[in-house]
Write a new protein. Structure first.
Length: 356
């Protein structure tokens, strides 16, 4: 297959590109605008491969998208390009509306017009795989008190949408567009919704890389509110395997939830990072002494948790990493790749608080 990956220089996108090039015989066309979080250094290991091609293109640019489709003639699309940081969406929602909604619409229309002109065999094989988030489902836990004998709910593929932030609302909108293009035009789409990703090459505005880098520099480790917000953590390479399974084996019109089976409170995540650093880079006192509690994020969802049983049952996928093994690999990667961390920030972001 020849797979067009949008956002392939980003965190999850680069993991997908590396997985495809290193583990399959498929080719990849990486379409990325290279915004602040996109970094081609994340693809150094595949850059010279003849099955990999990069196109610096904004998904909102229809003319350029038409050129890319005409030039490369992909067999499938994996759409990951998105603005994705909740705090940034609070500070400046317009970029999220433009990229996540207008960009998805523009890509859908360019892809649909390309698909219409295919011969019947190629048309039947074509897939548009839209990669989304569990945040579109909203908040699973509103109360501060949870009874010990109460079984907490999980997000399933049929959970109603109830987004809380400009980011999640923009992703929910893009999901709806993708499904509407299937129903209205018969365009062959698949949607996946994933839990919180972590792992190598993650831009340091997100919790885990931010905490690792701040800890090493002796800076405060900010905890929003009480730190009791719960997330299901998914190692990014496990996610990349899952996404490839979906685009190659998933059924048109289906939604697949992808999770790591690792529910953790934010405070526990930070404390675990500190424990790992205490062992790998010991200093006079524990890194946990740098933990600082700060004002919570506006509209902060308390709990997300994915039921990924459909992925297991229908596509035979399971995460390979536990939270403990994945987090240790992540910390070790950041310790060994300080140069990448410096380059990706490049003076545009100094890990300051956003979204206040």
């Amino acid at each position: 297959m020849k797979i067009l990956v949008t956002g392939g220089a980003g965190f999850i996108g680069s993991a997908v590109v590396r997985h495809i090039i290193e583990n399959t015989q498929d080719s990849v066309i990486n379409v990325d605008k290279l915004t602040y979080a996109g970094n081609l250094e994340s693809l150094a290991s595949v850059d010279a491969n003849t099955r990999y091609t990069f196109e610096k293109v904004d998904i909102c640019d229809r003319i350029e998208l038409d050129r890319v489709f005409a030039t490369h003639k992909p067999d499938a699309i994996m759409h990951l390009a998105a603005e994705s940081h909740v705090d940034r969406s609070i500070t400046g929602p317009s970029d999220f509306i433009q990229t996540n909604i207008v960009g998805t619409y523009t890509l859908l229309e360019a892809a649909r017009h390309y698909w219409i002109q295919m011969d019947s065999a190629a048309k039947s094989r074509f897939r548009f795989h839209h990669i989304s988030t569990d945040e579109v489902y909203g908040d699973l836990l509103h109360s501060d008190e949870v009874l010990p004998d109460v079984t907490l709910p999980l997000f399933t593929e049929s959970t109603p949408y109830a987004p809380s932030s400009p980011y999640s609302a923009s992703k929910a909108s893009s999901d709806h567009l993708v499904r509407a293009w299937l129903r209205t035009y018969g365009f062959p789409t698949i949607v996946t919704n994933c839990s919180n990703n972590y792992g190598p090459y993650h831009f340091p505005e997100k919790l885990i890389p931010l905490v690792i880098l701040n800890a090493l520099e002796g800076k405060p480790l900010p905890i929003y509110g009480k730190g009791d917000q719960i997330r299901d953590w998914l190692y990014v390479e496990d996610h990349a395997r899952a996404l490839y399974k979906v685009v190659t084996e998933g059924q048109i019109g289906e939604t697949y939830n992808i999770g790591g089976h690792n529910e953790k409170q934010n405070l526990e995540v930070v404390q675990t990072i500190c424990t790992i650093l205490d062992a790998l880079v010991p200093k006079a006192s524990s890194y946990a002494e740098q933990i600082t509690y700060v004002t919570d994020r506006p509209g902060h969802d308390r709990r997300y948790a994915i039921d990924a049983s459909k992925m297991s049952r229908e596509l035979n996928w399971q995460p390979q990493e536990t939270f403990e093994t994945g987090l240790r690999k992540t910390v070790e990667w950041y310790l060994a790749n300080q140069e990448w961390c410096q380059h990706v920030q490049d003076g545009t972001y100094q890990r300051e608080r956003l979204g206040i």
